[in-house]
Structures are given as structure tokens and as C-alpha cells.
Design a binder for this molecule. Sequence first.
Ligand code: CUA
Length: 338
Amino acid sequence: MRRGSIVQLLLFALVAGGAAATLALVPGWLPTPASREAGRIDFVFWFVTVICVAIFAIVAAVIVYSLLKFRVRPDDDSDGEPIHGHTGLEIAWTAVPTVLVIAIAVVSAIVLAKNGHAGANPYRVNVRAQQFAWSFSYPSKGGVTSGTLRLPVDRSVKLYMRSKETDVIHSFWVPEFGQKQDLLPGETTTLVITPDRVGTYPVVCTELCGLGHSVMRTKAIVMTQPAFNAWIRAQGKAANAGGSQGGKAAFVANGCGSCHTFAAAGTTGKIGPDLDKLPQYAQQAGKPLDAFVHESIVDSKAYVQSGYQPVMPSFASLPKNQVDALVQFLTGGKKGGA
Ligand code: CUA
């Protein structure tokens, strides 16, 4: 092969490889990882991407070179030369991809095994899904429950996840944690997360689970260990407090604010009705305010405010003292006549 041809081939390979590398790097396809598991998945992604870019550059260079070099002249009607194959080349293009594919399989298997391993003493969090809300509870802390997932940084966490028995399949996904796991009615699945970056990330349901699927979102908040401990302690205390303080704690714990605006809680959710207008809604429904609010919590489909979808889960399984505290918080203690 002439020197000029090799230079040409190299040039085409550089251009094709540069273009492919730009396409891989510039749009920022993946979020910045926030867990060790996501970091490993990112490594596999880039390992495969580098191999793909290199192969693309070689194939594209040979194609472009051949198109230019061996194109038929306008007046040439003759047959091409017979070719008898090239054993060395055939061995190379069989052996190289075999090695590459095995390498990808080995790296993927190692990462999968590591990501499924929680270490000796993972922190346990129970995850419950129902149409269309998430709830996270901390069994080691006397069942503190929260509508947002709070995790300490640099600590291996194992999520034990399931849907309510009578519910449907949901799927847990935090893009920055890099993994998805389904939640099934009546069967527990697990997911290991070792958050390594403090921050707030979206929790998304990625299984089409019904009318409210698109609003089935909450937040994962990764905190320093001291901040996490302080939060857990405060939750435990607030949950045991009665009256309006307990009501506000229950409002926060059940994630009400992600869908509802309520001035007393400082929330501005727009998916569900504005809870500052509860007296007006109770009047429309023709019920006393406290009875109306109670019913709307434990049997959320009994009355659906016009202009809104019936996507709120019923909180019939909340402890009675929490429901009472919530009603008191939401009504401001007013009974209200019909
Ligand atoms: Cu739950 Cu989509």
C-alpha cells in the first residue's frame, strides 16, 4: 500500500472519529452520577462508547477511501477483478470483535455484580408505591415515614420496594442514581444505592401506571450524615406531636405539598386543588368543612373538584391520629357548616 493511501485513510478515520466523539461528548447524554452504582454504570457506558467510536472511525474511513479510490469510470463496462479472499484479514476481523465483545460482557458482569451487592450492613428503607404516590419509611427509626426519599451520603442503602396489594406495577427511577427497579403488588424487589454526592434529585415513576402516572414524582434528597440524623430525629418527634404541629408534619411526610398549594405549609403545588380554598370546595360539595376534609383524605375519589383529575391516592391506611391532625391542620381547627 502506498504511503499516500495510508495518510488518506488515517485522515478519514480522524474526521469520522472526531465527529462521532463530538456527538458522544457534547450533548451530555447522561446526568452527572450521584451514586457509586451510577458511576460504575457510567464507566461501562464510556467503555462501550470508546470501542464503538474507534470501530466507526475505521469502518467509515475504509468506506470513504474505497468510494473515492475504486469508483467506476464513466466508460468502464468491464467486470471487476476476481477476488480470492484474504485469510489474515478474515482472522483479524473475527478475532478482534470477539475479544471486544467478551471484554464488554466481562466489564458489564462485574459492574452488575458489584451494583447488586450492598455490603455487610446496608441502611434499610422501605418503599411503597400506589397510584399515584411514593412513600418511604425508615424501619430502624420506629417507622418514620416521608413522602420524599432522604438518604445519608456515602452510606450503602438497600431499598425494599413493593406496590400496595391491590395496586399496579410502578417503577422507581432516579436518573442520577442510574438504576431502575419495578415495584410489584405483593412481591418485594430490592435496589442498592450508595449516594456519593449531596443534592436533590428527581424520583420518577417509569412504568405507565394509570391516569396520574406523569404526576407520580417526588424528590430524593442526599444529605450529610449529621443533617440526616437531625432530620430523622425531628421527624420522629413531629410525628408524635398532636394538633396542628403533628398535622404539618403529616402534611410534609406524606408529600401533600408536591401536588397542593397550602399557605400554612408554604407549598405551591399545582397538580391538585388549592387547599387554601377548602372552605369554598366544602360548600360546593355541600358538606361540613371538617367532615369534607376527612373524607377527601381517606376516600379521595368520593368528591373530585371539577377541573382536576382523580389521581390522588386514598390515605385510608394512615393512622387515625395522623388523619385527625391533618384535618385539624388543613381546616385551621374550624368545623364549618354546610
Ligand atoms: Cu406509577 Cu407510573
